[in-house]
Design a protein around this ligand. Structure first.
Ligand code: IVH
Length: 712
């Protein structure tokens, strides 16, 4: 409807204005009639989407009202339809206390959870109340929850939900939303409404509803913004929330916002019209002129509720013009609702049945890098929070530098995020068509974000690494590895202790494990005499582990138990290994060029050399005292098994994985066939993965491969 939305500035009083009380009451009458007519026709247009007059007729009414108000500015009232948009902007939103807690809802993600909800509340009801229960099922609108207060029929306060106790006063913004009635009840036009509703304004009414943006309006808005090089929004929900919370309500006025109301929070002075069930409440709100969804059903049978939920998931939810993330199932009877009450912030009498969306669109705000145990720099996306599969996602993996470059993912992009089961969410792809031009191409840092040390990207690897073993971010992980069973095997020492000791500054490098002071530990909460004594003894005992264990414990990339044993079969001490030139290492069977380079790089680091010296000074065994033993053959747990490796593994290169498998008796081939025992798959596994799935070949991760090896 082409309708003037802006605030018409009141002109100077007309010099021709006639005086006289009669005349003024004529004007007042005409103003009233115009306002009522406009209110009614705006309702037909914005709420019912069913106008009964033409746009031209509506415009004529609007123009007449504006002109009359310009002539009689003293007769302008706050609830006149011309007064939706304020002239000035707010400095901030005032806090408002809600008259009653604005509750949230418990979720059910499956028919079984829905069933469990029903069983929970049934148990709380006496047998006679367990029969004849009616349910109201409503779409769960994915918007912004608002609370609207009407006094004597006038809209006086509109607030966001906030924390449920206190929200923000967004009255001025809500007034600009055309489907928010400024007056109730809606004046009906008898020519178009054969049956009068007969409801009158209650003394006080507080209702709850959802502000949302229809999907089509959202897409139009975003496309326009993108064309103009302006900011675009991730999804209709964020858009609606951002639009409503504008300090300048004139901006809100230009945004396609709508309202659905679904709940009475407070009702006073309604007399016999006061509803006693949710179904009646919805009809009552509709009669007052509020926008109330019509895709709401009432059921007297539980089985019918379940069937409806199932069918809605397949069909109904995809046909809505706005985004809904599920259904809300409410007990119809207010008396039952009251009896059941709440648990925490959730009513027992209602539940949200959610359909898991595995993918969602949101904005990538920033790319950060975290540091893994072996020093890998792992880029991840910081996202505008978004619901994916019923969980709020704020971070998602971006895998590595190549992934970001190949997919052309930029900071500021709208991106598709996926979450499947328990797997960490990942960024699937950007939406370049919605770029505004302000998005930034990202560069992988060449220094470690935690310690500032040099990062390197080894040849044939997708990951950058920080090669400083004293790097604080790696340190906790490194300590955890150092003390683990396959390394120095220090009982009573795990990730929790590692975190605590690093955080307290007791451990600044791996060698500090051997310089922990009992008196420092005794001062920590939960560290009694006995515990500390045991821990100190375990640390002491670890000093005599064979040097191959120590080498494993150092956590050099690619140097696990097998490789460490292999190396220490060739060198008497870590000092000798540290002095070994690259070519010599490469000549050792099972040590490829990449691994050899890793070892050389590690020992070349000043910080790592210092750690070795400190370890030695603490009395940790770094050299073999006994004459060189024949190399112990690795156990052969993979004998008879054939493996194929695909994709990028988290820590091992292909070559290292191959060496690991072969060292334990397994065979590695290139192509997946029915003779393949296992496919070892990493990130970005392609056709081999599909082939394995097709042939029913078990697919395992690097972690699982390691476990198979360690099981020996
Ligand atoms: S009833 C005590 N009905 O969903 C009653 N809520 O996840 C609680 N929502 O915060 C609310 N559509 O913002 C109700 N038809 C509907 C709804 C609805 C959307 C929102 C509401 C609430 C959130 C809970």
């Amino acid at each position: 409807m082409p309708m003037a939305v802006g605030l018409p500035s009141p002109g100077p009083p007309s010099p021709n204005r006639r005086g006289g009380a009669d005349e003024m009451s004529d004007v007042q009458e005409r103003l009233d009639a115009l306002r009522k007519a406009i209110q009614y026709h705006a309702y037909r247009y914005y709420v019912l989407d069913d106008p009964v007059i033409s746009d031209a007729e509506y415009d004529a009414l609007w123009r007449e009202l504006v002109a009359l108000e310009q002539q009689h500015p003293e007769l302008i009232t706050a609830d006149s339809p011309t007064q939706r948009v304020p002239g000035a902007l707010a400095e901030r939103f005032a806090k408002v206390r809600h008259p009653a807690p604005i509750l949230s809802l418990a979720n059910a993600f499956s028919p079984a959870e829905l069933q469990a909800w029903r069983e929970r509340f049934l148990k709380l009801l006496p047998p006679e109340r367990q029969e004849g229960i009616c349910y109201v099922v409503e779409p769960k609108i994915d918007g912004l929850s608002v609370v609207l207060t009407y006094e004597e029929g006038r809209f006086v306060l509109g607030a966001t939900r906030g924390d449920g106790e206190e929200g923000e006063d967004v009255t001025a913004n809500l007034r600009t939303v055309k489907s928010v009635p400024l007056r109730i009840p809606l004046p009906r036009d008898p020519r178009h409404e054969p049956e009068p509703t007969g409801v009158s304004a209650p003394g006080r009414l507080v209702v709850r509803g959802e502000i949302y943006t229809p999907i089509a309006d959202f897409q139009r808005f975003n496309a326009r913004q993108a064309r103009a090089g302006e900011r675009t929004y991730a999804n209709p929900r964020n858009f609606a929330a951002g639009s409503l919370r504008q300090l300048d309500a004139r901006i809100t006025a230009g945004r396609p916002l709508k309202l659905w109301v679904y709940q009475i929070v407070v009702l006073e002075g309604a007399g016999p019209a006061a509803p006693r069930t949710q179904w009646e409440a919805l009809a009552y709100l509709r009669a007052l002129g509020f926008p109330v969804e019509t895709r709401i059903r009432r059921f007297a049978e539980w089985d019918a509720v379940m069937a409806y939920c199932e069918e809605w998931g397949r069909t109904g939810r995809h046909q809505l013009p706005y985004e809904a993330d599920g259904l809300v199932i409410k007990l119809d009877d207010f008396d039952l609702q009251e009896r059941l009450g709440y648990v925490g912030k959730d009513p027992r009498w209602a539940v949200a049945y959610k359909y898991a969306t595995e993918e969602a669109v949101t904005r990538l705000l920033e790319i950060k890098v975290n540091v893994g145990r072996t020093g890998t720099l792992n880029p991840y996306a910081v996202l505008e929070p978004v619901q994916v599969g019923g969980v709020t996602v704020t971070n998602a993996t971006l895998h590595n530098e190549d992934y970001i470059r190949e997919k052309d993912i930029r900071v500021g992009d709208l991106v598709v995020v996926k979450r499947a089961g328990e797997v960490i969410p990942q960024v699937l792809r950007p939406l370049p068509e919605l770029r505004t031009g302000s998005e930034q191409i990202w560069q992988m840092p060449t220094r470690c974000p935690a310690c500032g040390g040099q990062a390197v990207r080894p040849a044939n690897e997708a990951a950058w690494r920080c090669v400083n073993s004293a790097c604080p971010a790696q340190l906790v992980r490194a300590v955890e590895h150092f003390v683990s069973r396959e390394a120095m095997d220090i009982a009573g020492f795990g990730i929790r202790q590692a975190e605590l000791f690093v955080e307290r500054g007791f451990i600044k490098d791996l060698a500090d494990i051997y310089y922990l002071k009992p008196e420092d530990l005794l001062a920590l909460e939960g560290f009694g005499e006995k515990k500390v004594a045991n821990l100190m003894a375990a640390i002491q005992a670890s000093k005599t582990r064979p040097p191959a264990r120590l080498l494993t414990a150092l956590g050099i990339q690619g140097v696990g138990q097998v490789v460490a044993e292999n190396l220490m079969a060739h060198y008497d001490s870590l000092a000798a290994l540290a002095a070994a030139p690259l070519e010599e290492l490469q000549a050792i069977e099972g040590i490829g060029p990449v691994l050899a380079q890793n070892i050389v790089d590690w020992f070349a680091q000043e910080a790592n050399r210092r750690v070795l010296e400190k370890l030695e000074a603490a009395g940790v065994t770094t050299a073999r005292s006994a004459p060189r033993a024949a190399p112990r053959p690795a156990a052969q747990p993979l004998a008879g098994l054939t493996f194929v490796i695909t994709g990028t593994l988290p820590t091992l290169s292909r070559e290292q994985a191959r060496a690991l498998i072969q060292a334990h008796g397994g065979k590695v081939t290139d192509a997946v066939s029915k003779n393949t025992s296992y496919l070892v798959a990493g990130e970005a596994a392609g056709s081999k993965l599909a082939k394995a799935q097709q042939l029913g070949v078990p697919v395992i991760s690097e972690e699982e491969l390691r476990r198979m090896v360690e099981a020996a």
